[in-house]
Design a protein around this ligand. Structure first.
Ligand code: SAM
Ligand code: SF4
Length: 329
């Protein structure tokens, strides 16, 4: 098990497959991009599958989510999914993506063993999409979402971040659209994880703002704690059901006490939290021919040191050196 000193057990593994991306979302990356990881530093496809195998066989991981950067940019993705789907015990496998290219790849990924996708889309307006992501790819994301649903990668979840002055007024439109297309919408509060360090608490759109905006058009009833479990999203039943809407309020309503996550970066570092300032190097041990038991022991040791919370509310809070795109959101 991947237990920590606060009694939590991690069963959900987030694997970042690359730090590169074909968008430049303003809350994530600067316009010019970042200094990408060098190829030799990235785990190979086989190294990723080996570590995921150790995680499911020896450490109790039951959920594996591939993310990035943009995971669809990783050429080996279908092969990695297929190999992970063949592991015993088989974990549930999902993908967090900006959706660009999913129109072409959704069916093949489904065949390879992918169970579900989360697609990030912040706006229904192509010109706002361009301002937010600095690219003209709104249409590709919509096509990707459609293909995901047709391929059975369901429930298809849509992640939206609201930014002041750009798309903050779009919450009700996004929810109406998601209901119409049978996507499950979740809003994510903007977090201090951008490479440019541009986040300001005073400027962010909070869960409270989002709910107030949604309530101008919809009746929302809380779904209740039992259904939530360790899920980061608090969910509300919309207009009596069956549709739901979620809010991931990492800043204003943190859920650290129920966290069940462990993370692996594209260069083979274990992170206990998005906001952790320390990492544990699995790649060095892996490349020094450590056996499975030893790698599992290093991973367990890393998780044992997991902190109680993100520290966001602490006046001494320091934003992690790696931005979200390099940690794996
Ligand atoms: N590129 C993929 C995507 O956008 O879905 C996967 C990686 S991205 C880092 C994962 C999620 O993190 C996306 O839903 C994105 O909107 C969200 N994200 C990125 N930066 C964020 C920030 N500063 N605060 C909150 N969410 C953020
Ligand atoms: Fe790329 Fe995802 Fe970051 Fe946007 S949020 S720049 S799509 S990694």
């Amino acid at each position: 098990m991947l237990a920590d000193t606060y009694g939590r057990v991690a069963t959900d593994l987030r694997v970042s497959l690359t730090d590169r991306c074909n968008l430049r979302c303003t809350y994530c990356m600067p316009e010019e991009g970042l200094q990408w990881l060098a190829k030799p530093d990235l785990l190979t496809d086989d190294e990723i599958v080996r570590l995921v195998d150790i995680a499911v066989r020896l450490l109790g991981i039951t959920e594996v989510r591939f993310t990035g950067g943009e995971p669809l940019l990783r050429p080996g993705l279908p092969g990695i999914v297929e190999a992970v789907a063949a592991l015993e015990p088989r974990p549930r496998i999902s993908l967090t993506t900006n959706g660009i290219g999913l129109g072409r790849t959704a069916a093949a990924l489904r065949t390879a063993g992918l169970d579900r996708v989360n697609v990030s889309l912040d706006t229904l307006r192509p010109e706002v999409f361009h301002t937010l992501t600095r690219r003209n790819r709104h249409h590709d994301v919509l096509a990707g979402l459609h293909a995901a649903r047709e391929a059975g990668l369901t429930p298809v979840k849509v992640n939206s971040v609201l930014m002041p002055g750009l798309n903050e007024d779009e919450a009700p439109d996004l929810l109406a659209w998601a209901i119409e297309h049978d996507y499950e919408l979740r809003f994510i509060e903007q977090m201090p994880l951008d490479a440019q360090h541009g986040w300001r608490r005073e400027g962010m759109i909070t869960a409270g703002d989002i709910l107030a905006s949604l309530r101008t058009r919809f009746r929302l009833e809380p779904e209740g704690e039992e259904q939530r479990g360790s899920a980061p999203a608090e969910r509300w039943i919309v207009d009596g059901g069956p549709h739901r809407v979620g809010v991931i309020a990492s800043v204003t309503r943190p859920f650290c006490a129920a966290c069940d996550r462990t993370r692996l970066t594209a260069d083979g570092q274990v992170r206990t939290c998005l906001f952790a300032t320390e990492e544990t190097d699995l790649r060095a041990a892996l490349r020094a021919d450590a056996d499975d038991a030893h790698l599992a022991e290093i991973w367990r040791g890393a998780m044992w040191g997991k902190k109680a919370g993100s520290g966001l509310d602490d006046p001494t809070f320091l934003q992690p050196e790696r931005p979200m795109s390099a940690i794996g959101g």
